[in-house]
Design a protein around this ligand. Sequence first.
Ligand code: NAP
Ligand code: MG
Length: 488
Amino acid sequence: MSVTTDVKTYFNYINGEWVAASTDQLDASISPANRHEIVGYVQKSGKDDLDRAVEAAKHAQIAWRKLSGAARGDYLYKAANALERRLDEIAECMTREMGKTFPEAKGETARGVAILRYYAGEGMRKIGDVIPSSDSEAFMFTTRAPLGVVGVITPWNFPVAIPIWKMAPALIYGNAVVIKPAQETAVTAAKVIECFQEAGLPAGVVNMVTGPGSVIGQAIIDHPGINGITFTGSDTVGKNVGLGALKRGAKYQLEMGGKNPVIVANDADLDQAVEATISGGLRSTGQKCTATSRVIVQSEVYEAFKEKLIASVKQLKVGDGLHGETWMGPCASENQLNTVLSYIEKGIAEGATLLYGGKRIEDGELGNGFYVEPTVFENVTSKMAIAQEEIFGPVLALIKVETLEEAVEIANDVAFGLSASIFTKNIGSMLSFVNEMDAGLVRINAESAGVELQAPFGGMKQSSSHSREQGQAAIEFFTAIKTVFVKP
Ligand code: NAP
Ligand code: MG
């Protein structure tokens, strides 16, 4: 590949140094807003590079785990400050690299800062319990031990927040980290790692190796020096990670897809429901694991809701995420665009009615990017692919129902269970939704896509390996409980 001189090359970060991959190969990270724009070159590493990173992490972890939680927290506070100082620059890089709008990218980067500060504080909070022993002379308590080296595999849709919500808890509880970010957004990831470097973390505590998932991701799965693997990404890859980790007895955590519903009840505030459906379904071009994709509406308000929804969708401005007036950016890659277009075709072929959108946008400059119209289907039945499979694009499927019981039944009629929301004024309807909805995140009169960093996050059914990330729940994955019995 020819490397033009004005585009920066990003290296692997191993043992506190930026180094080229042993393969001498690079990938170009391109902008989905304009396929001709190269955001940066990143290393296309091989297994040797991963081996070196794991060695460095293993060695560094010995001293890192001996620091007090407060001392480790100090490094995280410094990393937060570095990220905050570079917020606009890193957010702009994210927008160029994966397409989400600049305000969304800034919001995500600010979230990264807040997560770092949250976990910095966790270094000084309780990590165990005292349990009365049946021996009256003895003292029994629990404490927590780090896993050792944690392998982190992340997707491209939240290139700052997801790496940080995995690395920050891993580090605060005394683990060293080797991260393989999505190659699609490896430039943004490198900038996040630079913030850890600016914070002065001891060499080897954080390492980054970029490259294809099939090589570097697989090497993380297989490496005997990696004690735990935390993965966020697709269902298929996630299950492979879990199987591989299980085979060699490593701890693993998988956060995977969603097919998230919103239910609009007859007594819903329709304006609120429309706004939340659009925000939850179409922000980030529908590429959030918690994005709304099924819109289940009770028949009495169906026509009114539909009319308001379409009127609002028509107003959405699609374009380059760096332009101030843009509401929705492109799909993150050509692959992603093709997946979305193929689901739209499938929807039509299966007999759903295309109400709005459905086409690639190729007018003028947008023709150089991976743009698709926000799309709304109706007459969707629960068996159709567009009602069952994760599309990961700006596509909403309207499903009409008579009763709320039917609505919840359809809402639950998928393999996934990440997030779900309902719009209603009736407390009884709210509570039965809370009780009957199989989802890790259940939201009332709020969009499906809201996540708070201090609360547990993760899915039921096939959306996760049944563990939770974020908030205090993170300690469960990143540490092992030790029960201690002391007798004088
Ligand atoms: P993906 O294709 O599964 O990739 C995720 C990560 O796994 C990337 O770093 C990828 O590397 C790597 N990978 C690919 N093949 C691998 C293999 N054989 N072994 C080990 N690692 C491998 O997912 P994506 O397309 O990036 O992300 C979209 C998916 O993430 C959606 O399904 C979405 O729902 C899910 N997601 C879930 C959550 C959640 O918290 N539940 C949050 C965000 C996203 P390369 O891509 O660099 O090759
Ligand atoms: Mg890109």
